[in-house]
Design a protein around this ligand. Structure first.
Ligand code: SF4
Length: 757
């Protein structure tokens, strides 16, 4: 079986533009190989169309109805779809031929490459082969183990961001009906910090920006800790539109990513045969974890200019009417020292002065960010400081302005809206009680990190995952894999085999489900589901392909089937599974903003959820006002001789799914065990570009090793390094998490680099 051979890795010059013809070629190659040419083209043309299915990739919003092209997808969306709709199958013969121990030797790429799961599979205690099991037997087995728990809190229900709104709603209902709020999700590991900071400061844990704020209105777009060229590629089309009407773009990133330099739009002649569009006007190569100092620094500059010419910089009407905490924040900025700001951000005062001039010249500013901001110890403080930055000039609640955290998985935002959270507020739980007639648990449950701790400590017996690849997505791989093996039963609802299915509990189940591309027919007829994108638009998604196997079930059907087995028809589990309109009726009555859900979600393009700050400058914080906060810059302390490492994705990757071994925009071909380091940092250690090195992370409980990486001299600030996850997750200590959000600090890991042993 194929494994990832990193001896073959080749390093070329990083690209200075993205997309163009190569993106089309790669997209079509993937589609042809995995789906076949005719089926592939037909499928891709239905993607992100009003009557088609939602891309299973990222959560970037679709253009308005009427503005969509016939090919409304990017290279990576095409890969995600092709990967799901592959013709390859991993059925009972495959599992009979390959033991779990044998499969554990394979990497993520080759595991998923075996194809779609076709029927429920069971791994009995002490056995090394999964064997077929019927759906009814599988439900009975899970129900039996759950009923036997002395406490429902000994079960945990994990959700990946692919689950539809309908599946997520029924899933949280199942967990709470059982009596637990243990609902860890992938959001705990990505935008929990954004939710935490935004809820506290503006009263809503989501972005407040619409797509046309970016394409049509913003005069300045600041992109921080985000690499849209790989992670949200259609965002580049929106940025190109913004550039064409004269907007400026400032990129804040320790790596100069090709996607932010120049975009060759594959849907335009200029993009295909011309030089494309230059995107970034100003690049700020911030030191890893220096973003808080950067925003505090620019806020200090703005304050100094306001002091010099009162009334010319700040939006005092907005601040006085809508905000509190302004005076305390100003005091804090006044006392900041430039030496601290410069050393922590890695940028000069002059660079921040120039940035401030961009800000002052712009009537409206949007700030977009992603994991480069959220996965640090001080992530919540950094996002609060970004909110300060926006509030100072009234850049919330008017066209072209606001915070825009960009979500990584297609429905991660919707799942949270549906109640997938270990800490849902009482108002939601009250409505759930009133709708279903049972008392939901009120104690907070485990988030992702606390679930791993609980599994490690023997406090979880049953781990149920609705999608995802838990052990690859989470930190501290060795600890997490051991924790998973500590469970009595692990259950995974999945489309394809991954490592989490092999790091199993004493017994394990694999429950194969329909993908987004597939038709979902239930007793009540053809079904569609709904999702919510990064900009709070809820819309429908309907697959058209024949299911990969007649034994596949939808996620809704699986969850409701388990509910029925556990509880009978107490709250109408079968009704929900037979006709998703029943679920949407429940959602309408339980979740705020879903009035007339059925009617509105059937409108082409769907509808936008209310966001008080955006719609009416309403801030539902404790004080009823948007809050300025004081956020002391406190960049991570890197001991002499060490570097601060961020983990990131390659271009041939979506979250934990690895489509191939190239990262062509960064010049990497044929391997993934590479570490990007400033050339001077290599020299200072007696190392050279191309050397084989080991990475050693340093934490209070000891050292962690990731061995055998190729050092790549790369343009990044001194003291910084970067490498791919999930390979590097082994270096991220479980207990190293963001303050307030408990998000793993995967973007700031203290490491040493040593010659390979
Ligand atoms: S930008 Fe995101 S949602 Fe759009 S096609 Fe690409 S991966 Fe899919």
């Amino acid at each position: 079986m194929a494994t990832n051979s990193d001896d073959e890795v080749r390093v070329e010059k990083p690209k200075t533009s993205v997309a163009g013809m190569p993106a089309i070629r790669h997209a079509l190659q993937y589609a042809a190989v995995e789906m076949g040419v005719t089926r592939g083209v037909k499928t891709l043309l239905a993607m992100n169309q009003t009557s088609g299915f939602d891309c299973p990739g990222c959560a970037w919003p679709d253009p308005k109805v009427g503005d969509r092209s016939h090919a409304e997808f990017c290279e990576n969306g095409a890969k995600a779809t092709s990967w799901e709709a592959t013709r390859d199958r991993a059925g009972r013969e495959f599992f009979a031929a390959h033991s779990v121990s044998e499969l554990l030797e394979e990497d993520s790429h080759s595991l998923e490459h075996h194809g779609r799961l076709t029927e429920p599979m069971y791994l009995a205690p002490g056995e090394d082969h999964y064997v077929p099991i019927t759906w009814d037997e599988a439900f009975e087995l899970i129900a039996d183990r759950l009923r036997a728990l002395p406490d429902p809190n000994r079960a945990a229900f994990y959700t990946s961001g692919r689950a539809s709104n309908e599946a997520a709603f029924v899933y949280q209902l199942l967990a709470r009906r059982l009596g637990t709020n243990n609902l860890p999700d992938c959001s705990n590991m990505c935008h929990e910090s954004s939710g935490s900071a935004l809820n506290e400061t503006i009263g809503v844990g989501k972005g407040t920006v619409d797509l046309d704020d970016i394409t049509d209105h913003a005069e300045l777009i600041v992109i921080v800790g985000q690499n849209p060229g790989t992670n949200h590629p259609r965002m580049l089309t929106a940025l190109e539109q913004a550039k064409q009407r004269g907007a400026r773009i400032v990129s804040v990133n320790p790596l100069l990513e090709a996607g932010l330099v120049r975009f060759k739009n594959p849907q335009s002649v200029r993009g295909l045969i011309g030089s494309g569009t230059k995107l970034t006007d100003r690049s700020l190569p911030v030191r890893v974890n220096g973003d808080l100092a950067l925003f505090a620094g620019v806020n200090k500059v703005l304050l100094a200019r306001e002091d010099a010419e009162p009334g010319t910089i700040f939006d005092h009407d907005f601040i006085e009417t809508y905000c509190d905490g302004f005076d305390e924040a100003c005091r804090a900025w006044r006392s900041l020292q430039w030496s601290e700001i410069e050393s922590q951000s890695g940028l000069t005062r002059e660079e921040l002065e120039h940035f401030a001039s961009d800000v002052v010249a712009a009537k409206s500013v949007v700030v977009c960010w992603a994991m480069g901001i959220t996965q640090h110890r001080n992530a919540v403080a950094t996002i609060r400081e970004i909110v300060n930055f926006l509030l100072l000039r009234g850049n919330i609640g008017r066209p072209g302005a606001g915070p825009s955290p960009i979500r990584g998985h297609s429905n991660v935002q919707g799942d949270r809206t549906m109640g997938i959270w270990e800490r849902m507020p009482d108002a939601f739980l009250d409505k759930l009680r009133d709708e279903f007639g049972f008392e939901p648990p009120r104690d907070h449950g485990y988030d992702t990190v606390n679930t791993i701790r609980a599994m490690r400590d023997g406090a979880i017996d049953v781990f149920f995952a609705l999608g995802g690849n838990f052990v690859a997505a989470t930190p501290d791989t060795a600890v997490t894999e051991a924790a998973m093996k500590n469970c009595a039963l692990t259950v995974h609802v999945a489309t394809k085999l991954n490592r989490s299915h092999l790091c199993h509990g004493r017994e394990a189940l694999l429950l194969p489900c329909l993908g987004r591309t597939e038709r979902d027919v239930q007793a009540g007829g053809d079904q569609f589901v709904s999702v919510e994108d990064s900009m709070s638009i809820v819309h429908s998604s309907k697959g058209r392909l024949a299911p990969g196997s007649e034994l596949l079930r939808s996620e809704v059907s699986i969850v409701a089937g388990l509910g029925r087995t556990l509880f009978g028809e107490d709250i109408g589990w079968s009704e929900m599974a037979n006709d998703y309109r029943v679920i949407r009726g429940h959602i309408e009555r339980v979740v705020d903003g879903f009035e007339n859900f059925e009617e509105r979600v059937r409108e082409p393009g769907g509808f936008t959820l209310p966001r008080g700050p955006h719609d009416s400058r309403t801030f539902t914080t404790a004080s009823g006002k948007a809050r300025f906060t004081v956020n002391e810059p406190d960049a991570i302390n890197v001991p002499e001789g060490h570097l601060v490492l961020q983990t990131l994705r390659s271009h041939d990757q979506f979250n934990t799914t690895v489509y191939g071994l190239d990262d062509r925009y960064r010049g990497i071909k044929g391997g993934r065990r590479v570490v990007f380091v400033n050339a001077d940092d290599l020299s200072a250690r007696g190392l050279h570009d191309g050397d084989l090195v080991d990475l050693v992370s340093v934490w209070s409980d000891g050292e962690r090793y990731a061995k055998g990486f190729r050092a790549v001299a790369y343009e990044t600030p001194r003291g910084c390094a970067a490498t791919y996850f999930p390979e590097a997750n082994v270096l991220v200590p479980l207990d190293s998490t963001a303050l307030a959000s408990n998000t793993p600090t995967s973007k700031s890991v203290i490491i040493r680099i040593e010659p390979a042993t």
